[in-house]
Ligand binder design. Structure first.
Ligand code: GLN
Length: 191
């Protein structure tokens, strides 16, 4: 299969590598600019966006990542990965930056401390088959979807939890930990 990368600075990159490998992709961890050059698409995992941001700058990856995103590389971000792909972030740390690409505004840790983690089923028109069983872990919410982006999944109350724009896809939740492979399959279909 095609060679795809998982940004492996921090977070649950191993789970994403496992899903992509199971789907037949040649999936490799990406920590360096020269590794990024060798992949046709990239997954940005869940974890902690503030740390991922700091490490991406320390590893000299921020600009190469932004260049590849601008050039149309398919990228799928989950949770912290969605934050990294968002143009605007609420409740960011003061010096926190994102890579951007998705014309959306996300709010970090949007579900508060009482219900910081939960699971639910979502209808996702983009995907064939049964509802998606989604796990949310200190997840962001997409509070505004700009004209260039499109919501692809919402909670029952209408809050947006998955978006896409061109070859970029982002979910607030973590398909890689519930055995859900359809988002990764869709991502591979964008290559
Ligand atoms: N709360 C984390 C952040 O702001 C995201 C949590 C996750 O990726 N599961 O980056």
């Amino acid at each position: 299969g095609p060679r795809v990368g998982v940004l492996a600075l921090q977070g649950d990159f191993r789970e994403h590598l496992a899903v992509l490998t199971e789907l037949g992709a040649d999936a490799v961890p990406v920590r360096r600019a020269r590794e990024l050059e060798q992949v046709a698409g990239l997954v940005i995992p869940g974890g902690e966006s503030t740390v991922m941001d700091k490490l991406s700058r320390a590893f000299g990856l921020r600009e190469p990542l932004q260049e590849r995103i601008a050039a149309g590389m398919p990228v799928y971000g989950t949770c912290a990965g969605l934050i990294m792909l968002s143009d605007r972030v609420r409740d960011a740390l003061p010096d926190q930056q994102t890579l951007g690409g998705l014309d959306v505004t996300v709010r970090r840790n949007a579900f508060g401390t009482q219900v910081d983690s939960f699971e639910t089923d979502l209808d996702v028109e983009l995907l064939d088959g049964p509802p998606v069983h989604a796990a949310f872990i200190r997840a962001p919410i997409v509070e505004e979807v700009g004209p260039s982006a499109e919501a692809v999944a919402t909670l029952d109350d209408g809050r947006v939890v998955a978006v896409r724009q061109g070859t970029l896809l982002g979910t607030s939740f973590h398909p890689e930990i519930t055995g859900e492979t359809r988002f990764h399959r869709h991502f591979l279909g964008l290559l």
